[in-house]
Design a protein around this ligand. Structure first.
Ligand code: RAM
Length: 327
C-alpha cells in the first residue's frame, strides 16, 4: 500500500514532467456537411484514441472547391499542425499550398481524392480504381439489363476520384459486352444535395428515354434517388453508384435503387490517420514501403506512392439495413 508521502512524491514527479503537446493532424475534407466525410472523421477519432498523443482537427470548406481548401490549408500551416490529410477538390490546384506545407516540415498525404504526385507524400485510395469503374458498370447492367441510355451524375468537375472512376467506367463501357449501354451525359451536382437534385431533374427532361443514373458520389446518388421517387419514375429510371447504406436504405426500399456500392469510410479515415502518424514518427513514404494502418493492415506503396485500402462492397435489399446502422 502506498503511503501518503509516496503518493505526494509521485504527484510531484508527475507535475515536474513536461506535458507532451499532442500532435495535431488535420483531416481536410472536400466540404463540411457530407455524411461520408463525417464517417471518415469518426474513424480518425478512433485512430487518435488508439495512438494516444494525437489531436484531430476536422475541417474543410463550406462548398467543395479547391479555393476553399487552399484557404483552410494556409490556416493549418499557420497553426503548425504536424500533418495534413486531405481529400482534394482538384489534383493540381492544391499543389503549391501543400508543397509550402511540406517545405515547413508538415507531412501531407491525400486520401479518397488524390493530389498530384508533387503535392503529397502519398495517396491512400479507398479501393482499386479500375475495379470501381467496372463495378459501377456491372451494377448498372444488373439494374437495367444489357441495353439503354445511361447518364453519370458526378460530384465536382475537377474531383480527382470521380474523374478517375468515370474514365474507368468508360473503358469498361467500350468493351463489346456492354455495347448496348449508351452513356448519353455526364453532369455535375458538386456534392451539393440541391444542385445534384436539379441535375437529376435536368437529365429526365433532356433524356426522356434515360434508364439509369450512375452517381459515383454519396451526395449525388441520394439526391438522384429522391428525384426518381418525387418524379414517380420508379421502375423507369434506376439509380446506382456509390452511396452510404444509412442514406440509401429508403431508396432501396422505394425501388429507386436496386444496388449500390461503397467501401468503409470509417476505416478510410482511421487508416489515413495511422499513416499520417507513422510519417510524423519518421516512416518514409517511398515506392515499396509498407505503412501501418492499425487494425486495417498495411498500405504498400506503388511506384507513384499510392496504395489502395480495400475492395468496394455491394449493398442491396438483403443487407442495407444491417449496415445502415454503422455508416
Ligand atoms: C462523396 C465524395 C467522396 C467520395 C464519395 C463516394 O461523399 O465525393 O469524395 O469518395 O462520395
Amino acid at each position: 500500500m502506498k503511503t501518503k508521502l509516496a503518493v505526494a512524491a509521485a504527484m510531484m514527479i508527475g507535475l515536474a514532467q513536461p506535458v507532451l503537446a499532442a500532435d495535431k493532424i488535420a483531416l481536410v475534407v472536400k466540404a463540411l456537411g457530407i455524411g461520408f466525410f463525417d464517417a471518415t472523421h469518426q474513424g480518425a477519432l478512433e485512430a487518435a484514441k488508439e495512438l494516444g498523443n494525437v489531436e484531430i482537427i476536422y475541417t474543410g470548406p463550406a462548398k467543395a472547391t479547391a479555393e476553399g481548401q487552399i484557404e483552410v490549408i494556409n490556416s493549418l500551416i499557420a497553426q503548425k499542425v504536424k500533418a495534413i490529410v486531405v481529400s482534394a477538390n482538384d489534383p493540381d490546384a492544391l499543389v503549391p499550398v501543400t508543397k509550402k506545407a511540406m517545405q515547413r516540415g508538415i507531412k501531407v498525404i491525400s486520401f479518397d481524392s488524390a493530389i498530384s504526385k508533387d503535392g503529397r507524400m502519398m495517396h491512400l485510395a479507398p479501393s482499386n480504381n479500375a475495379l470501381i469503374g467496372e463495378k459501377l458498370v456491372k451494377m448498372t447492367e444488373k439494374s437495367i439489363g444489357k441495353t439503354g441510355e445511361i447518364a453519370v451524375l458526378s460530384a465536382t468537375a475537377q474531383a480527382t476520384n470521380q474523374n478517375t472512376w468515370i474514365a474507368e467506367m468508360k473503358k469498361t463501357l467500350s468493351k463489346p459486352e456492354y455495347s448496348g449501354l449508351k452513356l448519353v451525359s455526364v453532369v455535375y451536382g458538386d456534392d451539393q444535395t440541391d444542385k445534384s437534385y436539379r441535375e437529376a431533374l435536368g437529365l429526365f427532361k433532356s433524356h426522356p428515354n434515360l434508364k439509369a443514373i450512375v452517381a459515383p458520389t454519396t451526395v449525388g446518388i441520394a439526391a438522384a434517388g429522391k428525384a426518381v421517387q418525387d418524379e414517380k419514375k420508379i421502375g423507369q429510371v434506376l439509380v446506382t453508384g456509390l452511396g452510404l447504406p444509412s442514406e440509401m436504405a429508403g431508396h432501396v426500399k422505394s425501388g429507386a435503387v436496386n444496388s449500390f456500392a461503397i467501401w468503409n469510410p470509417i476505416d478510410l479515415g482511421y487508416a489515413s490517420i495511422h499513416i499520417a502518424n507513422a510519417l510524423i514518427k519518421g516512416a518514409k513514404a517511398e515506392p515499396g514501403a509498407s505503412l501501418p494502418m492499425g487494425r486495417v493492415g498495411t498500405a504498400k506503396l506503388d511506384a507513384s506512392n499510392e496504395a489502395a485500402m480495400a475492395e468496394p462492397f455491394t449493398y442491396d435489399a438483403s443487407n442495407v439495413d444491417k449496415f445502415a446502422k454503422i455508416f
